[in-house]
Write a protein that binds this ligand. Sequence first.
Ligand code: BES
Ligand code: MN
Ligand code: ZN
Length: 506
Amino acid sequence: MDINISNETADRINTGLLVAGMFEKDMNEAIKGLDRHLKGAISSMISEGRFRGEWGETETIDTLGCMGAGRILLVGLGKKEEFTLEKLRKAAGISAKAARDSGIKKYATSLQNVLTKESVQDRCQAVAEATLMALYAFDKYKTDRSKIKTADSLSLVIEEGRDEARKGLERGIVYAEAANLARDVVNTPANIMTPQAFADEARKTSKECGLRITVMGKKELEKAGMNAIVAVSEGSDKEPQLAIMEYFPEAEEKVALVGKGITFDTGGVDLKPWDSMESMKSDKAGAAAVLGALKACAQLKPGTGVIGVMVLAENMVGEKAMKPGDIIKAYNGKTVEIMNTDAEGRLVLADAISYVEKNYKPSAIIDIGTLTGSCIIALGYHASGLISTDDKLAKRLAEAGEKSHERVWQLPFWEEYQEVYKSDNADVRNVAKEKYGPGAISGAVFIKQFVEKTPWAHLDIAGPAWLSSGRDYIPAGGTGWGVRLMAQLIEDWQAPDNGPRATSNP
Ligand code: BES
Ligand code: MN
Ligand code: ZN
């Protein structure tokens, strides 16, 4: 889809449909202008109570040749004092879908003009970003192409600050395309998106963006001693892979992002019931988010370096599969007693984290993945669980979460929680002994044992990574959650109040 800045005014623009936003019972100047062209059609709709401007309300008006636009789509924005950048994203998503579903190919919007307290750049970014995210569809495998509806072009009607608007629009496109790449990877099923296919996807993205990439296969993982990753993949005929993408690795500060990429999670020998398994192609969402974040960083060129680690394996049942009670030696030398083969995410992350810490010496490590059902019970689908050993890192993530609206919610990580992992037969076990416990926290307690000294944060995205029904600008399926959060975090890493700015960037 093409998104551009129009040179025309709202009443002159030649388009199939023009989107205009209205706050509750508040005819703004722009709406009044349209109303005059439409000989009072909007004001009579309002006086008859057919449109109030309540949040999410939509109404289409045919302009019958009175204006350049064929139709007006009025979108209710709710109470003015409750309006935010995120509501602007949602409104852009709602209108994009309405335009697409009405069969319109080319439409225009003035939505970004309603929110005056944010900058033109941020508003245009929000509209572009949410539009492309809302119109995303995973329809590659539908053979009847005639039923697929798309909108091809959107023009933003802007009266002032056009350069700023263009900057925002470009950033919005980068963010949305990176999130949509992650969605594609998550939505592609396990028979196609195998660990090797995922690594190939990472190679392709690296090549397009000019990033360095290293991929280790099973033999190299074995040789390096990453036996936890190997153990998880043993039940599968597909080899595990560890893909590492680097953005600006010579930067003074670099952040390691480590994503869980289980291309399918059957649970292993501790097999999941069918209703827990049906969406488990989404268990690679953490690694997909890392891939998307690296793509965005390569395009936005922040002054902070990023090491993007994707740990890729399939958790299957097979004659070689790991079994409860098996003991393996992880990369950092600790022995692990595998007491539950379904707690595989923490195993692969353990090796990947200690590997990146030792070999890349990052300034911070953030791991991200669909780790526990328990986190969904705690927080639902609107936030990822955050656990961190570093308050500054947690604060940075919270701020990036607010900005991108991929919010995080910090869980306690007190000393009292740290004891649950003693094993009778090895150094540690991969699940707590108690049947009922704080599952999301326990997962992080396990992982923490594989971080030596680097500031570390853990993001459990089991809830928001996958939606069984869509909302506003997030269609059902893989959501790409975490891409915008991490890209925002890296972009703001060296903001003036966070330390000195790097002098060079690639
Ligand atoms: N991939 C699952 C977590 C998950 C559950 C993600 C639901 C998305 C939706 C993970 O590997 C898992 O199975 N976790 C177990 C951990 C338990 C065995 C300690 C869980 O949450 O039950
Ligand atoms: Mn599992
Ligand atoms: Zn899993």
